[in-house]
Design a protein around this ligand. Structure first.
Ligand code: NOJ
Length: 561
């Protein structure tokens, strides 16, 4: 492996950290997190070891969908600061070796965006065909809505002109007409603007919806051609402008379709995609205390012939509902029963509004095992702010807002997030066992046994072992279904990861066919070694919900770790 590969394809073993500026750190005491507040926290992120900061939408917005309803793509929400403040954040992050990616929301705008305000004025308005309209009564589309608690159709009648506009998400988020070359040009300009500001790539919102041609006229469909071609053009434009920027897509579709979104075998589409199926099979495995759902999803994923520059992004939690939509009804009910049995813990009939620690009953062994697993599954780990300290949720909050509470910095008032009176905060903080008095950065920072110290260590070790991000992964056969053993092999070296999904300690026996005679397994986290027998036989002890990372050290391997 050449050094240019590992440094140029930086996303292959990155550590992504996502946050919403408005809930991270309030520097001016108005109750809303802001960019200067975030700038002050970049050193914290550097200390944690993350290498990519994903900023959720920070653009001007009526904020009816937490910023995913944009009214101006070329500015920042004045509540968060100015473009100048954004440059300071980007510059400070770069100085600490952290890249910054921004949410790119181009499937739709807010209905308060000036383009849409123009578009709905008349059928002749120059902005009319920036959106998708139909002049006949739409059929029943209630099975297509994304937010079934609030919407019953993906079309909304606009009284003034008597036509219906398409909105795959909320009514106030009209879909842009991507087939329109003017819209395409504008998208290129938006990407050009932010890359010029120093942004290193984008988390692309709702990719399958962007490329969906529902509602387009036959003529538009013809001129648009293959929607995937548009994605390739976006990628090509981005990399022409910047060289090594990435597109990380939100693409919750079956694996075979994700292959297409990567640009097929050539890999000239999205650079990265979240693995929604892997995430859901992880929760099923945790619920059943049986690793086989993960083995199955990994096997499916492996069948895709992916180009080497593409990469999966793995996650346990993001800012949305923890969707279980790709499980069968029976499997979904199993996960609900294990991790969110009460109705108030569930949302849209398909997901959970809880964070990891509460779902795992606050059991530190199980929580740590889950994160260790996240960092060893093939791909790049992505975490959501607060996961590093084990924050909980506030179920009293509506829907997905339950997991979007302010970052808990100290045990002081408002968790040190803001000096504003509690009544003025952008969102209340959780109370009880997961409140800031019990869960906060300040207390955990100096405690070597804290969740924060654990995660910092996990990130450090992940970065130290590129086999995990880059490697070819094989499941190591052994009979205990409560234990997942997998091997990540890359560039002549290998790391074994073992995870016990069950509460009882166990010893697993397996054979490492490819280990050189005389090899030892060196525990990455403890000062322990384990011998590999002559035929590659290994016996490994795991505690209940235990995990181990073991570097295979050949007899002549003198690498420095
Ligand atoms: C996906 C985002 O993750 C979600 O938060 C948002 O509501 C929808 N896209 C609509 O933009």
């Amino acid at each position: 492996m050449r050094i240019t590969d590992t440094s140029d394809l930086w996303w292959k073993n990155a550590v992504i950290y996502s946050l919403d500026v408005e809930t991270y750190c309030d520097s001016n005491g108005d109750g809303v997190g802001d960019l200067p507040g975030l700038a002050q926290r970049i050193d914290y992120l550097a200390e944690l070891g993350v290498t990519v900061l994903w900023l959720m939408p920070f653009y001007p917005s009526p904020d009816k969908d937490d910023g995913y309803d944009i009214t101006d793509y070329y500015d920042v929400d004045p509540r968060l600061g100015t473009l100048g403040d954004m440059v300071e954040v980007i510059r400070t992050a770069h100085d600490r070796g952290i890249r910054v990616i921004a949410d790119l929301v181009i499937n739709h705008t807010s209905d308060e965006h000036p383009w849409f305000k123009e578009a709905r004025k008349s059928k002749e308005n120059p902005y009319r065909d920036w959106y998708v309209w139909r002049d006949t009564e739409p059929p029943d589309t209630s099975d297509k809505v994304v937010f079934p608690d609030q919407e019953d159709s993906i079309w909304e009648k606009d009284e003034k002109t008597g036509e219906w506009y398409l909105h795959n998400f909320y009514t106030f988020q009209p879909d842009l007409n991507i087939a329109n070359p003017k819209v395409q040009d504008e998208i290129f300009k938006i990407i050009g603007f932010w890359t010029q500001m120093g942004i290193d790539g984008f988390r692309v919102d709702a990719v399958p919806f962007i490329l969906e041609t529902t509602g387009y006229s036959a003529e538009e469909k013809k001129s648009f051609g293959d929607p995937q071609q548009f994605l390739r053009e976006v990628t090509s434009f981005l990399t022409r402008r910047t060289g090594d920027a990435i597109l990380l897509g939100e693409v919750n579709v079956p694996y075979k379709d994700q292959h297409t979104f990567f640009g097929g075998d050539r890999g000239d589409g999205l650079t990265m995609q979240f693995d929604f199926i892997g995430m859901q099979s992880t929760y099923l495995a945790l619920a059943r205390q049986d690793c086989r759902p993960i083995v199955t999803s990994l096997a499916q994923r492996r069948k895709l012939p992916l180009a080497r520059q593409t990469q999966w992004a793995n996650f346990l939690r993001n800012h949305d509902e923890l969707t279980l939509d790709k499980l069968t009804e029976k499997e979904r009910q199993e996960v609900f029963a294990a991790f969110g049995p009460e109705e108030e813990m569930q949302v849209y009939g398909r997901g959970l509004k809880r964070r990891v620690p509460t779902m795992l009953d606050g059991d530190p062994r199980r929580i740590r095992m889950a994160y260790s697993l996240l960092f060893t599954l093939p791909g790049t780990p992505s975490i959501f702010y607060g996961e590093e300290i084990g924050m909980g949720e506030d179920l009293a909050q509506e829907g997905r807002m339950a997991v979007r509470t302010p970052m808990q910095w100290t045990s002081e008032e408002n968790g040190g997030f803001s000096q504003a009176p509690a009544s003025k905060l952008i969102s209340p903080l959780p109370s009880g066992g997961y409140g800031p008095e019990h869960v906060n950065v300040a207390d955990q920072r100096s405690d070597p046994d804290s969740m924060l110290s654990f995660l910092r260590q996990l990130i450090f070790r992940y970065r130290q072992h590129p086999e995990l991000g880059w490697g070819q992964v094989d499941i190591v056969e052994q009979p205990d279904t409560s234990v997942l053993v997998h091997e990540c092999r890359w560039d002549g070296s290998s790391v074994i990861a073992a995870h016990n999904f069950g509460p009882d300690g166990t010893t697993v026996s397996f054979r490492l066919d490819q280990a050189e005679p005389g090899s030892t397994l060196v525990d990455v986290f403890a000062d322990e070694k384990c011998e590999v027998g002559e035929k590659g036989d290994v016996e490994l002890v795991l505690e209940g919900y235990g995990y181990r990372w073991l570097r295979v050290q050949g007899p002549n391997d003198h690498r420095l770790y």
